[in-house]
Design a protein around this ligand. Sequence first.
Ligand SMILES: Cc1ncc(COP(=O)(O)O)c(C=O)c1O
Length: 399
Amino acid sequence: MIKLTETIRQAALGLQKASAEPLAAYIYDLPALRSHLETIHRDMPNNVELFFAVKANPDTRILEQVAHFTAGLEIASGGELELIQPYLKGKPFIFGGPGKLDSDIDSAMACGVDCLHVESIGELRRVIAIAEKHNKTQSILLRINPVLPDSMQTTLTMAGRATAFGIDEAAISDAVQLAQSSDRVELLGFHVHALSHQLDAGRHLRMLDYLLHHVTELAAAHNVNLRMVNLGGGIGINYRETDAQYVWPVFADGIRELASRPAYKQLRLRFEMGRYLTAACGYYLMEVLDLKENHGEHFAICRGGTHQFRLPAAQGHSHPFACLNNHRPGADSLDDTEVTIAGQLCTPKDIIARQAPVKHIAVGDLLVMPLAGAYAWNISHQQFLCHPAPEFHYLEYSL
Ligand SMILES: Cc1ncc(COP(=O)(O)O)c(C=O)c1O
């Protein structure tokens, strides 16, 4: 059962009351976001820099906060490059991801990108040519797709198998030679974003230990003066068992130990985390429009849906929710049963939670989905059926 704070409960009910139409909305809890970011920032050792992967949530009110508490921002497109400029306030940005356009690389260099994460040998050639045009030496990392033991993989793994990401280890030698033959790029080291959805801090640390050892050996084998390693993002959120989240203090202790080892303490280690930084500050709200039974299953049809909140459909989970009983007397209702939460779209895939247990649910009630602050609104197919966008509310209060 999801327990909401009184602040979120009151905010959600207040929004519903103020809304002329049944409500679909996001709430972002900015004080909670700041407090979370402060803890993470405090726990980072000196030689570890944490960047925010903007793809997780490009909402500008979120970016303002995150840019303040992190080392800088990680982008993966020309659109993100443009978006972040007013929020950087002197902080660096780094640029990774596949399929970079020449025009994006060109603009990133013009804006002073701190480091480019190069995805292939073809991209490296283009980076060199564009740096030549800018008459500059661009710092780069080579993104590698290393061998990764099966025991270290998760449900969303980008390395250790055939994916579109990074440079195969068999091609590293050619990539290093090309980089070292040009004075237009300075190869600082390697980038590995191996996976997302890591829920186990111990397992995560074992993978980081393995990867650091691996890239150190790779650098030695290819004569790379290793100064920087970017270890990507990947800390997950447990949407299925909300009480069993990633244990941050275990990671914080482990990364302090790892970063202080003699072999690594001269390195600049970087992370570019997305989901873990912003997921918990977001809530998605859906008002119940209709209740019905179909082929033996109860359905609650709600305002909004996967065109606003595609996260559960994308991840294949039933999203947890709290039901705020706020209906008018006599409204259609169900008691002590299981109900599937559907949205307003004309597709059977528009499901937020399947056969979730409820004590009491009625037309007019408000469902509040927590953990909705990352890969939620921004990954949704927003134009489908021309429904309006949800409302967005940003909470400010004293903690
Ligand atoms: C290259 C890269 N870095 C960082 C991230 C952020 O990952 P996460 O949100 O799991 O922390 C992603 C996510 O896909 C990514 O592709």
